[in-house]
Design a protein around this ligand. Structure first.
Ligand code: ATP
Length: 364
């Protein structure tokens, strides 16, 4: 259960013209469960393959605790890896597939049997333990692959690359919670790659958000939702994602068009910013609010448990998530209020400040 430390680790597949992973410094702490979350092509698999040794980084060094493993091949790293699709010995039984990583490392027979049965029970494989792997459907085969990845308790880390892609959606929830259970039991350092925010947020102690080859924010799920440090995190996490509106810092006040929406915290030079506020925190009323921004309702999605009220501030779309049965109708005027403690300011996509209430001043 090593700490895995990346020091300036980056990778280019085209001799340095573009970076699949930009030089990155980051430590995966021993025994924690991480999700590595990001859209397709952002560099997740590249990063995972660098940790496992399938890929040698173009620049930087990688350490397991204090041991520099940059030039150590996969076999010498003591890593368990589970891929998107099943990797099994098809002619072997499920039991033998699960036992394989332990037999390979000459574990005593009794210990092998104990671990195989433990993992098999947790993953619901008991009824098929004696069956040949090729006779299972792909979803079940993937669960066996997952079991193979988890059967060794003494590994530096378990790396899972979108492991539930081929598994039936109904089973995914069960398997994720089993995975959490196994993690609590073994204390593995887990890195779980996914592009699915629900998967990441429900599974991980800590989520590492990757975009365009760079880590843009790391944190507990609630932190990423409540306090996004980058516009990308605001968009990518949450459903729908965070609203962004052009605004301006004038002195110590933030304006959206002519309306003052709050004071700036700290020292922020005057000029254009974007304000970010999640649909869950936008308050929308039919009557003018103070401070508030005039808007036009363009549509309402009745989602059953809640409504999504779509509006426009000038040309800019904005969504408010309200209780079901909201009174708003398309083509009517509305006023939006952005609570200071849930509204952030961004420049060049990076958070540069927060809002504070207008301090009793009457807004203009
Ligand atoms: N073997 C390769 N040769 C050249 N370019 C590659 C290679 N593997 C990946 N890339 C490129 O590197 C970038 C990052 O790819 P990577 O597979 O790491 O992303 P990812 O986040 O895992 O994507 P996905 O979720 O689609 O698997 C992409 O632009 C991809 O096209």
């Amino acid at each position: 259960m090593a700490d895995i430390r990346l020091e300036g680790v980056g990778h280019s597949y085209d001799g340095g013209q573009t970076w699949a992973l930009k030089p990155t410094t980051w430590t995966w702490r021993g025994s924690r469960a991480y999700a590595l979350l990001g859209p397709s092509g952002c560099g997740k698999t590249t990063l995972l393959n660098i940790i496992s040794g399938l890929l040698t980084p173009t620049v930087g060094r990688i350490f397991f605790d204090d041991r520099d493993v940059t030039d150590v091949p996969t076999a010498g790293r003591n890593i368990a890896q589970v891929f998107q699709f099943p990797v099994l010995y098809e002619e072997m039984s499920v039991y033998d597939n699960l036992a394989f990583p332990l037999r390979n490392r000459k574990f005593p027979k009794a210990e092998i049997d104990r671990r195989v049965r433990q993992v098999s029970e947790l993953l619901g494989l008991d009824p098929v333990l004696r069956r040949r792997s090729r006779r299972l459907d792909p979803g079940r085969q993937q669960i066996v692959s997952l079991g193979r990845g988890l059967v060794r308790s003494q590994v530096a880390a378990v790396l899972l690359d979108e492991p539930l892609t081929v598994v039936d959606p109904a089973l995914k929830w069960t398997l994720r919670s089993k995975l959490k259970e196994i993690h609590r039991d073994t204390g593995h350092t887990l890195v779980y790659v996914t592009h699915d925010q629900t998967e990441a947020l429900t599974f991980a102690d800590e989520v590492v958000v990757l975009n365009d080859g760079a880590i843009v924010q790391t944190g507990e799920p609630a932190e990423l939702f409540l306090s996004p440090a980058h516009e990308f995190v605001g968009h990518f996490i949450g459903s729908p994602g965070m609203n962004m509106l052009p605004a301006e810092v004038v002195g110590d006040v933030v304006r959206v068009g002519p309306a003052e929406v709050g004071q700036v915290t700290g020292d922020l030079p005057a000029g254009a910013v974007r304000i970010g506020v999640r649909p869950e925190f936008v308050r929308i009323t039919g009557e003018p609010t103070s401070p508030g921004v005039a808007a036009q309702v363009t549509g309402v999605d009745r989602m059953g448990a809640y409504d999504l009220v779509h509006a426009r501030v000038g040309e800019h779309p904005i969504i408010a998530k309200t209780e079901a049965g909201s009174p708003h109708r398309p083509d009517t005027a509305a006023f939006l209020h952005f609570p200071a403690e849930r509204t952030f300011l961004f420049r060049d996509q990076v958070r540069c400040g927060s809002l504070a209430p207008l301090n009793g001043r009457s807004p203009r």
